[in-house]
Design a protein around this ligand. Structure first.
Ligand code: NAP
Length: 292
């Protein structure tokens, strides 16, 4: 059996086109174009690439992009003041502080400073707290977890009662994905670095979400036949045959897993593009909430 490949680039392209259409209608109705402020601190090359691609995606969708590139030497107070200024700026509907911040800066305090109405990354404690509570709804769902759920909900008629295994419990991926799966009535197991017998647990999974940051850790013989596998991992692996000297790979051994799974995301071109599409959707939602 060869799995259905869940092409995140195509699906994200459809979401982005829909966002662009809605932005166009908003502007034609006399409302201002939505605006996203990106805050990048320091010179982390990965973060620079992510922020540039988010800014480009905004412009393509008709969303204004306000870039703030700051030196790693910026003080905590200056960074928080910038966030406060952006909270007050009516042109800015969403604020994205690219993580991780350089050491010495208190990430939690910066995220706390973002107005919950502009928290398009969904990492404000109030948004995460509401995600964890029955009967409460966050204003925004974190983008990568939202992208994972978008792919799952397109692939499966219902997630209800399915066994879902999430590998990883980080604040930005594993834990919010697990909370979203619970909300979708799946039965969820969260695994981490202290979990025992990962292969045995993963073999029970109808749905597997891998977010550990370990290249190809999940082998084909861990996968339950027919399972839906969402590989969030983005890992650089040395590869002398490539001009850059490395290639990107996921947390799942794709070539093995695709022979067993029912559906699987590739890396790159799976969850990554969905993250950006969900950010655009959240920014549009923020603008609509202000204008409604
Ligand atoms: P993270 O903060 O480093 O968290 C990794 C999680 O995996 C932790 O919970 C850790 O357990 C667990 N883990 C590590 N080694 C393990 C092992 N051998 N067995 C079982 N669990 C293990 O990483 P993250 O930020 O969640 O990112 C995970 C991956 O997703 C990375 O490759 C990252 O680049 C990628 N990512 C992709 C996107 C996207 O848009 N596609 C977005 C964000 C992240 P402990 O809690 O016990 O330490």
């Amino acid at each position: 059996m060869t799995a259905q490949i869940l092409d995140g680039s195509i699906i994200a392209g459809q979401v982005r086109a829909q966002v662009a259409d809605e932005v166009k209608s908003l502007v034609e109705s006399g409302k201002p174009a939505p605006g996203l402020a990106t805050v990048l601190v320091g010179e982390n090359p990965g973060s620079q690439v992510y922020v540039r691609s988010k800014q480009k995606a905004c412009l393509e969708a008709g969303i204004q992009s306000f870039g703030h590139n700051l030196p790693a030497t910026i003080s905590q107070a200056e960074l928080e003041q910038l966030v406060i200024d952006l909270n007050r700026d009516p042109r800015v509907n969403g604020i994205l502080v690219q993580l991780p911040l350089p050491s010495g800066l208190d990430e939690e305090r910066v995220l706390n400073a973002i107005s919950i109405e502009k928290d398009v990354d969904g990492f404000h404690p109030l948004n995460i707290g509401r995600l964890a509570q029955k009967g409460r709804d966050p204003l925004f769902i974190p983008c990568t977890p939202a992208g994972v759920m978008f792919l799952l909900e397109r692939t499966l008629p219902s997630l209800e009662g399915m066994n879902a295994v999430v590998l990883g419990r980080s604040n930005i991926v594993g834990m919010p994905v697990a909370l979203l799966l619970v909300r979708a009535n799946a039965t969820v197991t969260i695994c981490h670095s202290r979990s025992r017998d990962l292969p045995g647990i993963v073999r029970q999974a109808d749905i597997l979400v891998a977010a550990v940051g370990r290249p190809e850790m999940v082998r084909g013989d861990w996968i339950k036949p027919g399972a839906v596998v969402i590989d969030v991992g983005i890992n650089r692996v040395e590869d002398a045959s490539r001009s850059k000297g490395y290639r990107l790979t996921g947390d799942v051994a794709f070539d093995e897993a695709k022979e067993v799974a029912g559906a699987i995301t590739p890396v790159p071109g799976g969850v990554g593009p969905m993250t950006i599409a969900m950010l655009l959707q959240n920014t549009l939602r923020a603008a609509k909430q202000i204008n409604s």
